[in-house]
Design a protein around this ligand. Structure first.
Ligand code: N01
Length: 536
């Protein structure tokens, strides 16, 4: 037997999506660390490598869905669509990897299986499914918030003889729907983006819906080069505004309650935001849609009427109208022709509340009312969000304590960045940080910069360890929960709360105080000598 070779490193980064790529550049090229990235896919891209389903596109506008660390990169890259499509984002990330020579220290097609902190040497020992062993000072996760795709345990799932796909691990060669009967299970972002595209390709499409959703039209269009050029002239200021905003967007934030206007005035404001499309409806119409149930209900009613106006068949329209949760309690969906799709003759909507899904058979899906025979099932059933990707790695801190055990009752972090008892481990956009409630690249860059700055500080001070204090962590968890308590977020079954995974503790996982507030808090922590951390 040959002994396993252990490679010594300064830092090991898990994942080569937005987070991993930027960290690689920061740590390797600006701090000069010996860094290794480990990536499960066979190329860079992270979420945009895996989610290749038809219609996959980002809900953030393209000019803001990118890195801001390099001015030339920002000026050179030309986005073609208002909302970037998955192939374009993947091209962009490949371009970044090539431009900054980021691939040479990425090991692809490899999963990290375990990471154990060794207190005797103050280093992490990391092992992979390929049998490699690394020892590093810093362990940094860039594993994404929505990377662990979930297909519910439907009885008989494996009996189905047709094709079956999850949106989050779509075949690279694509799927040919022509002439086929297709079922899509799930109407979250992934379902809502793919349904209109699949409907145009398939012979027949059945959508199985459990919860109707509120949606805002994207108003997708090709980017006007002149408009993009104007934006680029002001790029620094635009990004600076986004960094200090609520959701990581440079939109003008309004400070007005939906309650302070007459019905006509309010509808006019909603209408204007509706016409603009996308997240502006949430961030630039009224400021209390997520905090005041009555205001949220006004937005809900506005959208319900839009659905009724769009869908020709009143019975189908009523099935699509959300009534059981407030607007703003689940992720707001941005759609392109979603409701219009139900006016097509080859599309049928099945309400799983009327006739629950019973099982999968060899030929299709059985509900309590019927057997729906199909050739293809698309599972748009979501992810074990925020903690799922951590739980599939055997992460152990001081005394061999497992992160999974520590988080058994819900994730506990300090700033969504660190965990007490797990020294020198940083999580990019971990639970307890703004992450999924923001335009992700803004949140990712802030975390990567904070991690790099921290490591630089430790090195300059000749310190070996940084570790969150338990009391700071407890206070942070309490703060995160307190912020969420009065919001609409607590009033629905969503993946934010882990409600989509049977048995998962019901805890609101992201920080909902806003990107700017969070950033200011982190700056204060650093200015106060890394308050809440022990440095040694
Ligand atoms: O997953 P989801 P997703 N029986 O969890 C249904 C990001 N994202 O992949 O609502 C029947 O939202 C479930 O029903 P219900 C974005 O942050 C971004 O669509 O639980 N149905 C729901 O309809 C997003 O929020 C982008 O009742 C079942 C659906 O499956 C997040 O990823 C694009 C079921 C799951 O919806 C996740 O989105 C795509 C069951 N047993 C994703 N279990 C963009 O930026 C679940 N469902 C564009």
């Amino acid at each position: 037997m040959t002994a396993t070779r252990v490679r010594e490193l300064d830092a090991l980064v898990i994942g080569a999506g937005f987070s991993g790529l930027y960290l690689n550049w920061r740590l390797r090229d600006t701090l000069g660390l010996d860094v290794q990235l480990i990536e499960a896919g066979d190329d860079v891209g992270g979420t945009w490598y895996w989610n290749r389903y038809p219609g996959a596109r980002c809900d953030s506008e393209s000019y803001m869905y990118c890195f801001a660390f390099d001015r030339d990169l920002m000026q050179d890259w030309e986005w073609s669509g208002k909302y970037p499509e998955q192939p374009e984002i993947l091209r962009y990330l490949n371009h970044v990897a090539d431009r900054f020579d980021l691939r040479r220290n990425i090991q692809f097609e490899t999963r990290v299986t375990a990471a154990h902190f060794d207190e005797t040497v103050n280093r992490w020992t990391v092992t992979t499914d390929g049998g490699d062993v690394y020892r590093c000072r810093y362990l940094i996760t860039g594993i994404g918030c929505l990377s662990n795709g979930q297909i519910p345990e439907f009885p008989g799932r494996d009996r189905f003889q047709g094709e079956a796909y999850h949106t989050g691990s779509w075949p690279h060669e694509g799927v040919d729907f022509a002439g086929k009967r297709v079922a899509v299970v799930g109407t979250g972002s992934s379902g809502v983006q793919s349904i209109p595209v699949i409907a145009k390709q398939a012979e027949h499409l059945t959508v199985l819906q459990r919860t109707p959703q509120y949606m805002i039209p994207a108003r997708h269009q090709t980017v006007d080069k002149a408009v993009l050029d104007e934006i680029k002239k002001d790029y620094d200021a635009i990004f600076e505004k986004a960094r200090h905003s609520l959701g990581g967007f440079p939109y003008d934030i309004v400070d007005r309650s939906a309650m302070a206007f007459s019905d006509d005035e309010r509808d006019a404001i909603f209408e204007e935001a509706w016409r603009a499309g996308g997240f502006k409806f949430v961030f630039s119409s009224f400021s209390d849609l997520r905090t005041n149930l009555a205001a949220s209900e006004m937005a809900a009613e506005f959208i319900r009427n839009k659905i009724r106006e769009t869908v020709n068949d009143p019975e189908v329209a009523e099935m699509l109208v959300p009534k059981d949760h407030p607007f703003g309690s689940k992720r707001t969906l941005i759609d392109t022709d979603y409701f219009e799709t139900y006016n097509r003759s080859n599309v049928r909507l099945v309400d799983l509340n009327e006739a629950p899904l019973v099982e999968m058979t060899e030929t299709g899906i059985r509900t309590e009312a019927e057997l729906i025979e199909v050739d293809v099932i698309v599972y748009a059933t979501g992810f074990d969000a925020m903690t799922g990707s951590f739980n599939r790695i055997d992460i152990r801190g001081r005394g061999g304590e497992r992160l999974k055990d520590r988080w058994a009752a819900g994730p506990r972090t300090y700033l969504g960045l660190a965990v007490s008892g797990f020294p020198n481990m940083f999580m990019i956009t971990g639970p307890g940080s703004p992450s999924v409630l923001t335009n992700m690249p803004i949140a990712i860059e802030q975390h990567c910069e904070l991690v790099a700055e921290t490591i630089d500080h430790l090195r300059k001070q000749e310190l070996q360890l940084i570790e969150a204090e338990r009391v700071a962590e407890d206070d942070w968890v309490e703060h995160v929960n307190k912020l969420a308590e009065p919001t609409m977020f607590m009033r629905a079954n969503s993946w934010y709360l882990g409600a989509n995974i049977p048995g998962k503790p019901r805890v609101f996982m992201p920080y909902c105080g806003g990107m700017g507030t969070y950033r200011a808090h982190c700056e204060k922590v650093v200015a106060n000598g890394y308050e809440g951390f022990v440095l040694s």
